[in-house]
Design a protein around this ligand. Structure first.
Ligand code: BGC
Length: 578
């Protein structure tokens, strides 16, 4: 059953009801619970409490009543207003822990490579065509050069997930760097288009592995109250990387060897990341699950003070017991056999697909083309507008970082999708106007025509709404909704869905425009954004501020209902449906 079940209210203290379903746009941990109670009734309250029960069980305490809600006051307490409070304060701020920030920035170089590589090729291709006549004459060859990196990313994301679970996040990052460096250098010295394509494949593999590893590595080191902001920082590196690639494209236009430099310089951040990663530890959660507990605790000590440290260790201990009780080799098939993992994967992968099918990369990859379609024939203006759009995308991501742990993932995604829907309608209408103008004028559209500016406004509006929400939310959610043992495999498959969708959209956009016209194409994408809104509304749970154990518990409840889930404190993490 996909929707949560609502349980009896009898044991659960009610919070003051909020008339506004999204009143959770406040920062304290209590309001998380308050908003859950008002929006989703009391379903998640038990989820929030269950880690305390597991912790108590792990400590061998005896819980008297059926669900244990009254018996863990040392973990969750009621304050005067009837709100539930965690025992230790979860109030770390984004800037307060330099170690976590350093780790995030280093891991985020993976995001930078992702963004740079997806952005740089459009500019580089212009010069590759000048150097290789065969490429210039053959559009299939051009498409292969562009899309081979995405093919590599699809494979890299799928394999990278498994590598993450079996060999750890650190080794996965180092491997991504090595593959990326090889790919960049191969492209830089490529004597012919075939070698260039091989280099693109390598770079894509590296980007694919990084796209799954960086969010998971960051999320696992992050205190739960700032996890969203830290993972979204990796998305800022993606959008920053795209912006940087446009600047580099401009900077190298006059330099001999243009495209070789454009593609080759990407090796530098990968080398930097490789060196820094050597000094960073493996993810503490992965270490703990692999029974390297003292190493894990040594890392956790750098992140938490002593009170909080004990709580984190208790939770990890309870979670690792579950994993080892039922632990077996990580397998892709388990994702589909286990109901709770299947539900989580459905949500995570659905979000990734909708991120792409709501058209972000039609804007990022085809922005200059769209601007020209809107009637602005100057190449320079088209490129300048693309640069502005890329910059706005990065600035919008910063707003997402500021909001994601305050407003939560759901509100951010829903608001983002509403704005995306409206701006796609504006775009569609602008192109409708422009095509009627064209008919009326029986010639080319005039530069700066009303419809053209209308389209530019639509683009700007689109980015302003997409970037804080549907940009960071899918990556963040996918880094936090899977159980420990499957975080890599599920995150990897889900990232693969993102890359496959990216590939489909990028390949199809121009053909669909040819077939049904630009206005209709944007109308279709706006229809997809309505579906995406419904998907988020019905399937995406709020994970703001929750620990991994609380999130895991919540999926169990969704899958098995409350009673089964509570008896499955000891239930199979791979809860085969018996
Ligand atoms: C997406 C990329 C996209 C980028 C745009 C990311 O979150 O996954 O496909 O190009 O945002 O900023």
């Amino acid at each position: 059953m996909l929707m949560s079940r609502v349980i009896s209210h009898s044991h659960v203290p009610r919070t003051p009801a909020s008339p506004f379903p999204y009143s959770s746009c406040l920062s304290s941990s209590e309001t998380i619970i308050s908003s859950f109670l008002t929006r989703n009734q009391v379903t998640y309250t038990r989820s929030l409490l269950m880690p305390s029960i597991l912790t108590a069980r792990a400590a061998g305490r005896n819980l008297n009543n059926a669900d244990g809600m009254h018996d863990s006051p040392e973990i969750f307490k009621l304050d005067g207003s009837g709100l539930l409070k965690a025992s230790s304060k979860r109030e770390m701020s984004f800037w307060s822990n330099k170690y976590v920030l350093g780790l995030t920035t280093t891991a985020g170089i993976g995001g930078l490579l992702f963004g740079y590589d997806t952005g740089v090729i459009s500019g580089a291709l212009l010069y590759i065509r000048d150097d290789f006549k065969v490429v210039n004459d053959n559009s299939v060859l051009q498409e292969t050069i562009v899309s081979m990196a995405v093919v590599g990313a699809i494979i890299g994301a799928a394999a990278g997930g498994w590598i993450n679970d079996v060999h750890g996040r650190k080794k996965a990052t180092l491997l991504a760097d090595v593959v990326f460096i090889i790919g960049s250098l191969v492209m830089c010295i490529a004597p012919d288009p075939n070698i260039l394509i091989l280099g693109r494949l390598f770079v894509g593999l590296g980007v694919g592995i990084a796209s799954v590893t960086a969010p998971v590595y960051i999320a696992e080191a992050a205190p739960s109250e700032i996890r969203g902001a830290l993972v979204a920082t990796n998305v800022l590196m993606i959008t920053g990387g795209q912006f940087l690639s446009y600047l580099v494209n401009l900077a190298f236009t006059e330099v001999p060897g243009t495209w070789r430099w454009m593609l080759g310089v990407a090796a530098i951040p990968a080398v930097v990341q490789f060196i820094f990663m050597m000094f960073l530890p493996e993810s503490p959660r992965w270490l703990y699950m692999k029974d390297k507990k003292s190493k894990a605790v040594a890392v956790l000590k750098k992140i938490y003070d002593s009170n909080r440290l004990q709580e984190e260790i208790d939770q990890l201990e309870a979670a690792s017991k579950q994993v080892s009780q039922f632990g077996k080799a990580v397998s892709y098939l388990d994702v589909f056999k286990s109901k709770e993992i299947r539900l989580a994967f459905f949500t995570g992968a659905g979000l990734q697909a909708f991120q792409q099918f709501t058209g972000i990369n039609t804007v990022m990859y085809y922005c200059p083309t769209i601007v020209q379609m809107a009637g602005f024939s100057s190449k320079k203006l088209a490129l300048l507008l693309s640069l502005i759009v890329a910059a706005m995308n990065a600035v919008g991501t910063v707003i997402g970082i500021l909001l994601i742990d305050r407003c939560g993932r759901r509100l951010l995604a829903l608001t983002s999708l509403s704005g995306v829907f409206a701006s796609l309608l504006v775009l569609s209408y602008a192109f409708y106007l422009q095509s009627s103008n064209l008919h009326a004028l029986t010639g080319s559209a005039t530069l700066g025509s009303g419809a053209g500016w209308f389209a530019v406004a639509g683009l700007v509006l689109y980015i302003a709404f997409f970037s804080p929400g549907m940009g960071p939310v899918p990556w963040t959610v996918n880094s936090e909704i899977y159980p420990e043992a499957y975080r890599g495999v599920c995150g990897g498959m889900s990232a693969m869905v993102n890359w496959v969708s990216n590939f489909i959209v990028a390949q199809m956009f121009l053909s669909v425009v040819e077939l049904v016209g630009t206005s209709m194409t944007f109308l279709i994408i706006s229809g997809v954004s309505v579906l995406a809104f419904g998907f988020v509304l019905f399937f995406l749970p709020e994970t703001k501020g929750l620990t991994f154990e609380q999130v895991e518990r919540m999926w169990k409840e969704r899958a098995w209902g409350n009673d089964l889930a509570s008896s499955s404190g000891q239930q199979n993490i791979i809860g085969n449906e018996t």
